[in-house]
Design a protein around this ligand. Structure first.
Ligand code: DQA
Length: 143
């Protein structure tokens, strides 16, 4: 079972960006955590991060026929990107949405999620654990 974990813009700045909201751990720490959890669940995982909407669309398209599930934290594109929503709809790979912070308690402009329209489940406000919960959900859902 293969899962693609996609992280959107500014998540490469974890540890530096707004640590009061996103914590002090870095993107490298997140990658290590995701890989370790994936091993526990016996799933193969590939991590991808980009600050560019089109690169994320390309990666989702390339996942077609190669991955059984997608975990995505689209970051700011959550709230703006019809293109990422359409790409996820196009490949129709079971998808979970993750946010480190609890976006439901934050600014008005974060209250809309395009990806939530296709995601089977959203984990928010759990920090890194949201990624593990999403992988576990996909593992149980697909196997
Ligand atoms: C985020 C929440 C988004 O609103 C924000 O733009 C991010 C990170 C989160 O993980 O909490 O960049 O997706």
């Amino acid at each position: 079972m293969r899962i693609l974990v996609i992280n959107g813009p500014n998540l490469n700045m974890l540890g530096i960006r707004e640590p009061d909201i996103y914590g002090k751990q870095t993107y490298a720490d997140l990658c290590d955590y995701v890989k370790a959890e994936a091993e526990k669940f016996d799933v193969e995982v590939e991590l991808f991060q980009s600050n560019h909407e089109g690169a994320i669309v390309d990666k989702i398209q390339e996942a077609y026929g190669k991955f059984d599930g997608i975990v995505i934290n689209p970051a700011a594109y959550t709230h703006t990107s019809v293109a990422i929503l359409d790409a996820l709809k196009a490949v129709a790979i079971p998808t979970c949405e993750v946010h480190l912070s609890d976006v439901s308690t934050r600014e008005d402009f974060r209250q809309r999620s395009f990806v939530a329209m296709i995601a089977e489940v959203t984990f928010m406000g759990l920090g890194f654990e949201g990624y593990a919960r999403a992988m576990k959900y996909l593992k149980d859902r697909i196997s």
